[in-house]
Design a protein around this ligand. Sequence first.
Ligand SMILES: [Zn+2]
Length: 485
Amino acid sequence: MTGILTKYDVVIGLEVHAQLSTNTKIFCGCSAASGSEPNSNICPVCLGHPGTLPVLNKKALEYAVLMGIATQSTINQYSTFARKNYFYPDLPKGYQISQFDLPVCENGFLEISSGHGETKTVRIKRIHLEEDAGKSIHDRGNSTLIDVNRCGVPLIEIVTEPDFSSAFEATDYLMKIRQIVRYLGICDGNMEEGSLRCDANVSLKIKGEERLGTKTELKNMNSFKNVEKAINYEIERQFEILEEGGSISQQTLLWNPDKNEAYPMRSKEDSHDYRYFPDPDLIPVTISNEMLSEIRSMLPELPGAKIKKFTEIYLLPEYDSSVLTQEREIAEFFEEVCKQTLAFKEVSNWMMTEVLKILNEKKITISEFNITPQNFAGLINEIKSGSISGKIAKDVFADMLETGKDAASIIDSKNLKQISDPALIEPVVKSLFDANKQKVNELLEGKEKIFGFFVGQVMKSTSGKANPALVNELIKKELENRKNE
Ligand SMILES: [Zn+2]
């Protein structure tokens, strides 16, 4: 890669399709849900039968505008739909309703990481609404099957300027887009199932030259890892061709994740090949000031702002902030907990380890988690006040998880309160010393490992309830006594 970078600039642009999680399709009342019996969620409108009229789903428009606001885009209060004409078996209408000249959002941007702790601003050229096409299923014997359920499912296409100069940057952008659509609740972001899809335009430009190289388009990269791999593969492939004196042909390449290779799919059409023209069945989309401010008021606090708040208000390290803001619900749970305790870092530690582990293991979301923010704060407060030790806290946590009860009542009913009264621990230490004279001598001779033995024994005979710091202190004190005997 270094050889490439001394001679060429890598130029990458991304087109991301996000399936909007509306109940119904973009221009008809059919269910937009996936996973139904093939060819069951269809009607004359989404199949484009003659004489039918599409009507825009207001929710889809709202979602597109939300995404525009979240990416600092200009919202066009007047936009239009166009027909993109092409033939494909899974597009029975022969055209896709999309937006061309006047998309609903334009000129946005997003901050991404370019690696090594630096940030970079990526320009978003446009976000437009369109309908999805159906699916061709090739893996059932010798024939190809068509499922048109997906025809008319609403999409937004988010198109960037060619601002990325590495696969790393492109992947980081895609992760941020996924995080934002999930925060907004407008798309589930599932790349494997195709509700978030990413195409990449890749070209190499000789350093110092104005003219861009010929670009190829990569498709079928259904995970972050594949996006990164495919782009790097394509950069190397183009480099090799150019170095051998060849030229790049403008084409679409399909990524094959099993073979880690990309294959040409078809030669790429220019936009004029699609014969875009205004859709005569759809009136222009207008967004009133009132509607715009209503949508604006629906905007939640976004990941960037949350991270800032987590580091500045809750004083968490950068790492904690980025982990806890990964998902909106997790971030909100954290904030809910922190309304009832000031031990922010303690909450963060517990959430990043114990809570996230449980969610992962059980494959559940935080909304299905058996401990409420209030009870969780209660547990943290019990630890902070010294009422229970960190070790006992783990048991209480497990109990809370199972029963849904609060920490205080579990500590009470199981008599788990930490013993912090020296008068209760001192006799235990003394009798332990008496019973293990040999070990005491070894300890006095400097065998420090023996110290752990005594701590362990005191903890054992107090069922783990003794305050560990106090136990340490009392053992040292008793040791001094014996030394002077
Ligand atoms: Zn329909």
